[in-house]
Design a protein around this ligand. Sequence first.
Ligand code: ME8
Length: 518
Amino acid sequence: MTEKFYITTAIAYPNGKPHIGHAYELIATDAMARFQRLDGKDVFFLTGTDEHGQKMQQTARAEGISTEELAERNSNEFRAMGKMLNASNDDFIRTTEPRHHAASQEIWKRMAANGDIYKDSYAGWYSVRDEAYYAEDETQVRADGVRYGPQGTPVEWVEEESYFFKLSAYEDKLLKLYEDQPEFIGPVERKNEVVSFVKSGLKDLSISRTTFDWGIKVPDDPKHVMYVWVDALTNYITATGYLTDQNGPRAKYWPADVHIIGKDIIRFHAVYWPAFLMSAGLPLPKKVFAHGFVLNKGEKMSKSLGNVVDPANLVNHFGLDQVRYFLLREVSFGHDGSYSEEAIATRINADLANGIGNLASRSLSMIVKNCDAKIPEPGELTDADKAMLATADAMIATCREEMSRLAIHKIVATIIGTVNEADRYFAAQEPWVLRKTDTARMATVLYVTAEVVRQIAILFQPIMPASSAKLLDLVAVPEDRRSFAFLGEAGRLTPGTVLDAPTPVFPRYVAPEPDAKA
Ligand code: ME8
């Protein structure tokens, strides 16, 4: 039976248009989903929008439109961003959908049936921007007289009747989980943060609100709507149908293999979510992994700094696969990273145009000109040829290993390492000299180089899907021989295969003239 693999992004608040941080998360998760699909797994990849909560209602009011309208408009923007980024998600969930209301009420009922929900009243600090409750000692009053929470967002005093979840009862169970499953939280910095938060003592969590109504109604008490994070986290299970139809076609995907999220929401995913699931008697996800923040030239994006970049502008300017490549190569997955136009341009030219693009076009155009436009028959392999092929053949094992740790930047580095080695091999073998002195030897060098290009292109598919497909077209690899099963000896190029003259896949980036830009 094919191994299943279920991967999710966080679901974004559609209170505004998507920004580069959202694009980054979707691109990285898409690359992981594509990797596992190409590696033969039965993948379910989910993304979507988190449409309830006070922030949505307040934003809609400020814009003078209904909350439904705001949610619909911006949810469509997120969906469109997914298309623009070539995201391969299998579903797009909106938390306002009936299927999600049903699943959220079901999980609530199960937690209640387990005796973990009680009614009381809440009095404490709340950040609408984070949709989070904070203890007083997590907040501070700054010089401007405003009280802020730990993420630097303003908090307000909330006092109302509320249902509570007995989170305090899960302290030991959670600590045991982190110990028994050391890989449950990644990277290790986030794990340490979560463990010390839980060790410092957990208070019961307010899980319903009565002072506004934009949310999912609490079963049997419609005056209350669920705290937005209770419903938001449940999206991951809604989409599988596991809670409502155990025999449905997607129920088999639960539990998730990994939730990919940003570092600011690790507490919700690594503390609240497993506690809710334990309470409801449901299996836990295998892993929660928090990526870092993408900064604009080292600065946090904010509307007040005016440096919020629309991902569509970046893609229109540099090209989609170029942006995908840059973000996955430049940012160490799990840590913060920075981008600037200069850094993107440098990577495009060094790694793509001068790197794989140049290697493919030089070697393949030599084949077209000197070998009758057919993949040549290799002669006996020298040690240099064997070493080159061994490097290419070894990539998949390294990439799988890195993927098991979600070190996607290291996968990209491994592939680029092979590109660089192939460049050195090609330069050292001088096939353009062999063309006059030893055409049989030239044929072998060109065969080896084209074979390395084939493997590089196969492995680059999760990172740059469209450009890799073009590279694979150039070496005439049939569509059904592009999965990882064909890496190494299993898929070696067949001599005699006819090639078309190569067209450039990665043009050099040339910055527009300053006045053309204005
Ligand atoms: O947190 N760089 O939604 P959201 C990288 N609805 N990632 C970033 C980022 C940046 N500059 N800014 C935000 C929410 N993100 C909740 C999630 S999940 C059940 C509910 C990431 O729209 C952020 O860390 O504020 C999160 O993973 C995702 O974008 C959505 O953020």
